[in-house]
Ligand binder design. Structure first.
Ligand code: FUL
Length: 634
């Protein structure tokens, strides 16, 4: 009865995507608009019939995609270039795209996405749209084309290719002159999507660090989308796109409850910002698709999550950084692929143009760990009608993988896993959403069978591919190079914003507890703290650790760091810059001086908060000292 009403109602309204008939009713490919007056039950039922487009389904099946951040930042040691880089610095003399792709293929990746242009505007292909490209570099005598070399390598190793083209461009003169820049951008897109074979993912970053007084560019997203559809109809449009959604962080963690069906509107659609605000659906929101959210909404779409994270702290290669431990990568795998998301793992090539040995070794270790963990499915006989699975004898397990047939929607809301152990069924795991794949781990149990109990579902749950495993997490060996810090108990605060204060004033910034933070006085866009380190210290640099509570209020964006021996002449060292990408990737910002310098006082100045607020927060501020000196200070 319910179904008949829905079919009748939906045929009366104009649906943006055709409703197609499936074995258990009508499906709505990619999106559905709820009819006016739809009840909660009707909305939930319709949401349960939203299914991925064929392109989204093919994308989800890849599970693992590699990201390559490469460009002028590789040579300047920065995360965001300012667009003023001299192309002469780009000279990756040993560049070998074959090495990248073979490494990634061996590690199990199915697609690779290259930063064809990052925010600095430097193009890795010889574009006709600007001189700021490989053409102006010494690499291959100005005749090189990184995109073309990568294309050839992808063909050789059977890898799909995706491209990242940054809308924000700090080099293009036209940026901010909206129609002119949109033309330029469409031309860049047209070159990339016409001259390099099949492109399977187009990645448009949402980042823009212009700030309130910077250039304001109004992007013509509809035109960008049409360009993709015309030139590469099979490609998905990611992040600033309506096929693939950013998970909301850059640390490798999907939500425990991850709905691919959500009323959240992609940012490229007109009115998206107001709409998402109205429904409380920001990028980081923990609930994007519960019953409560759907009940309030006016429609829902298939917009699955992609977890992008770098194997190193930064997105670009930096000499001083090391790849994450195998343990960390294994956790990332479980928390992304195992939480209904595609994992987009960045492995940045170095200045020679090669994926460094440390990273490729780590990738192979990850591959071996995945193979070892999931190579031996302990299910012997599956009965999907009762959701009961007989194991290969009485066997130890600690992990179950479950998939829904997402071609028929995402439906499971709550589920339990029970194991038959010593003749009794006992609960070993619980989950909310399943989606494409859910990996559940639990303490080891000896069992002869497992069964799934779907406690709540939006209509019929279409479960497929259940597996049981005994996995071993790698040892937690954190092999990132230690940084030597000067003990903060020696610090005496001299002044804050020019005013003398009690020495303990900044205590929360120096307490080794990043969860607590110092908040500056408000009322100014500039803030400054001066600290006496108690004696002459050989300083290599400093670390500003931003808030780790998911908030960015008070986070410093533009910094200046200076050293002095007497607290008044600040010429010993003086370095300024920006903490690029600190909002999306709030990791400790390690800034090194060009040369270590010895000084007794340091001054840390903020010349701009991330959102131009009039106060700053400092959870932790640390001084990096030279290695030998560290031994004497312990
Ligand atoms: C962010 C960018 O600002 C970073 O530099 C990086 O490209 C990351 C994948 O997306 O928004």
């Amino acid at each position: 009865m319910k179904r008949t009403i829905i079919t009748a109602l939906t045929s009366l309204i104009l649906l943006p995507a055709a409703a197609t008939a499936g074995s258990d009713g009508d499906y709505f490919v990619k999106e559905v608009v709820f009819p006016a007056g739809a009840t909660e039950d009707m909305k939930i039922d319709m949401a349960s019939r939203v299914v991925p487009s064929p392109e989204q389904l093919a994308w989800q099946n890849l599970e693992l995609t590699a990201f390559l951040h490469f460009g002028v930042n590789t040579f300047t040691d920065r995360e965001w270039g300012d667009g003023k880089e001299n192309p002469a610095i780009f000279n990756p003399v040993l560049l070998d795209a074959g090495q990248w792709v073979k490494t990634l293929r061996d590690a199990g990746f199915k697609m690779v996405i290259l930063t064809a242009k990052h925010h600095d505007g430097f193009c890795l292909w010889p574009t006709a749209t600007t001189d700021h490209s490989v053409k102006a570099s010494p690499w291959r005598g100005g005749k090189g084309d990184v995109v073309a070399e990568l294309r050839r390598a992808c063909d050789k190793y059977g890898m799909k290719l995706g491209l990242y083209l940054s809308p924000w461009d700090r080099n293009a003169k036209a940026y901010g002159d909206s129609p002119r820049y949109n033309d330029m951008f469409v031309n860049q897109l047209t070159e990339l999507l016409s001259n390099y074979g099949k492109i399977d993912e187009v990645w448009f970053d949402g980042a823009c660090g212009e700030g309130p007084n910077g250039k304001k560019q109004v992007y013509d997203w509809a035109r960008f989308k049409k360009t993709i559809e015309r030139l590469q109809p099979d490609a998905v449009m990611a992040i600033m796109g309506d096929d693939v959604r950013w998970v909301g962080n850059e640390n490798g963690t999907g939500r425990l409850t991850e709905w691919s069906v959500t009323p959240k509107m992609p940012g490229i659609l007109p009115g998206a910002e107001e709409h998402n605000k109205k429904y409380g659906l920001d990028d980081m929101a923990s609930d994007l698709g519960s019953r409560e959210v759907i009940a309030r909404a006016d429609g829902a779409r298939w917009w699955p999550s992609e977890v992008d994270v770098s194997i190193r702290p930064g997105w670009f290669y930096h000499d001083r950084e090391q790849p994450k431990s195998l343990r960390k990568l294994a956790e990332i795998y479980l928390n992304s692929v195992g939480r209904n998301s595609v994992l987009l793992l960045n492995t940045p090539p170095d200045r020679n143009g090669l994926i460094p040995a440390a990273d490729s070794t780590r990738l192979m270790e990850l591959r071996r760990w995945i193979d070892r963990s999931f190579g031996n499915d302990l299910v012997a006989k599956a009965d999907y009608s009762t959701l009961t699975f007989t194991l290969k004898g009485d066997t130890e397990i600690n992990c179950v993988t479950i998939s829904e047939d997402i071609a028929r929607g995402q439906r499971v809301e709550r589920l339990e896993v029970e194991a038959l152990s010593d003749g009794k069924w006992k609960r070993v795991a619980r989950a909310t959403t399943i989606g494409y794949k859910r990996i559940l781990t639990f303490p080891e149990v000896k069992a002869s069978a497992i069964r799934l109990i779907v406690e709540s579902s939006r209509g019929k749950a279409n479960i497929k591919n259940v597996g049981a495993y005994l996995i071993a997490m790698p040892e937690d060996a954190d092999d990132s190079r230690p940084t030597n810090l000067y003990p903060a108990e020696n610090f005496k605060v001299v002044s804050i914003d020019g005013k003398t204060v009690a020495v303990e004033a900044l205590a929360k910034a120096f307490d080794n507890a990043p969860a607590t933070f110092w908040t500056s006085p408000s009322g100014s866009k500039t803030h400054e703290v001066v600290v006496d380190m108690g004696r002459q210290v050989p300083v290599e640099g400093f670390i500003y650790t931003p808030r780790s509570d998911g908030q960015s209020d008070g986070t410093v964006f533009k910094y200046r760091f200076a050293l002095s021996n007497d607290g008044s002449d600040w010429t010993v060292a003086d370095r300024s810059g920006e903490f690029s990408n600190i909002v999306n990737n709030p990791i400790p910002q390690r800034i090194f001086l060009d040369r270590p310098a010895t000084a007794r006082y340091f001054r840390f100045t903020s010349n701009g908060e991330v959102d131009d607020r009039d106060f700053i927060t400092i959870p932790e501020l640390s001084i990096i000292i030279t290695e030998n000196a560290a031994d004497n200070n312990r």
